[in-house]
Ligand binder design. Structure first.
Ligand SMILES: [Zn+2]
Length: 390
């Protein structure tokens, strides 16, 4: 899926891009994303990155408006191409735009703004009437490409603005939702109804938009059809295919479809990033690895000693994994001193817990998912029996 479809792509409309929706996922560029994923990615763009994107978007929009008001010129088209390519480079840094096909999008830009294409536009300007049938046909052909270039400019001119406005809207929505006690579908819908029908909020969103004359609000303008497609596993499926002319329309569709399926965003109280929830289960912290502490926020929440110790430059021996090892080490020593372990049983137990601890230091997935289970006393007992059973 590209940021804009080709004009000659079957039934695709040339000024729109499409996304396929089914159950609780949306398919973009042959990958399925749970509904709400796109909203999460947009909402997590940092303020600095958003500013960079908006500045580049402003440049594209300026070029687009110059063409819109003053018409075609080689220089204006070149400038437009350059500004779009610059913005595409910046977009590559962001997870959300990774859902689209950059190579195909770039190819399209090259085809309508290349010097070859510009030569063709110049060719029409130089033709003098009366035109032969062949010339008329040629003019029609070039005009299509020319119009396409204009629309392409418009699409890119609004991507940054739409992305920034949508992020603001979802951050506000999430803030309100987090003050509510319920996370049921009806509550998600009620919160959406109240916020997006609030005139003051919509005015605020409108004011925060640097391109106010072109803002169509928080809207969904889309065209819907149904399309049979072949799945990656060669399965045939029928999807709801929706066409969007602006990124905002697609974002809003993702958010509202997500809410209608009980998916919503929540802001992690530890790292401040937004995470996607697909159930009403009351999770407060994200599963992402916290860049500061190198363990998931959910894990940090359960082990407050991590943040405390880490802030005072934590010693390796103070980690929860070490502390658990230490408890088990004391435990098996006691067993030995009380005569409950023979020499060889004690050695087997010691080897086993040392191995587990060592593995937890090297393998983060193991530490997160299995280490605690493996260090259960009944598991240690089982391993000791296994090792000493001759
Ligand atoms: Zn977090």
């Amino acid at each position: 899926m590209k940021f804009i479809e080709k004009p000659n792509e079957g039934y695709h409309l040339y000024n729109r891009f499409s996304a396929d929706f089914t159950d609780d996922t949306v398919r973009l560029n042959n990958r399925d994303y749970p509904l709400g994923t796109v909203s999460r990615m947009v909402t997590n763009i940092s303020a600095d990155d958003m500013t960079e994107l908006l500045l580049l978007g402003g440049k594209v929009k300026f070029c687009y408006e110059a063409i819109h008001f003053y018409g075609y010129s080689r220089e204006r088209y070149f400038a437009q191409q350059e500004s779009i390519l610059e913005m595409l480079e910046c977009m590559k840094k962001h997870e959300v735009f990774g859902c689209f096909d950059f190579e195909e999008s770039k190819k399209l830009i090259d085809s309508v703004y290349s010097s070859d294409a510009l030569d063709r536009y110049d060719e029409i300007l130089e033709m003098e009437p009366p035109f032969s049938d062949e010339q008329k046909y040629r003019i029609e052909e070039i005009k299509k490409l020319f119009d396409y270039a204009k629309v392409l400019g418009a699409v890119y001119a609004y991507i940054a603005i739409d992305t920034a406005n949508f992020a603001t809207a979802v951050q506000n929505y999430t803030k309100i939702l987090m003050e509510k006690t319920s996370r049921k579908k009806s509550e998600l819908a009620k919160t959406a109804f109240e916020l997006f029908n609030d005139e003051l909020f919509m005015y605020y969103l409108y004011q925060s938009n640097p391109a106010e004359n072109t803002m169509r609000g928080f809207s969904v303008n889309s065209v819907q059809t149904v399309a049979p497609v072949i799945d990656n596993n060669d399965d045939y499926k029928i999807f709801r295919r929706i066409y969007f002319s602006r990124m905002m329309d697609f974002y809003v569709m993702d958010l509202f479809e997500a809410l209608s399926h009980g998916h919503y965003l929540w802001q992690c109280k530890i790292c401040g990033r937004y995470f996607l929830m697909t159930s009403a289960h009351k999770q407060l912290y994200c599963d992402d690895v916290n860049p500061e502490y190198n363990v998931p926020c959910k894990y940090i929440a359960k082990h407050p000693e991590i943040t405390k110790k880490k802030m005072e430059s934590q010693k390796k021996t103070a980690t929860p994994n070490y502390l658990l090892w230490k408890r088990r080490d004391n435990f098996i020593r006691k067993r030995k001193s009380r005569g409950k372990y023979s020499e060889s049983e004690f050695a087997a137990a010691k080897n086993y817990i040392n191995d587990c601890y060592e593995k937890s230091q090297l393998d983060f997935e193991y530490a997160k998912n299995k280490y605690e289970d493996d260090m259960e006393i009944k598991v240690i007992d089982r391993e000791v029996r296994k090792a000493t059973d001759v």
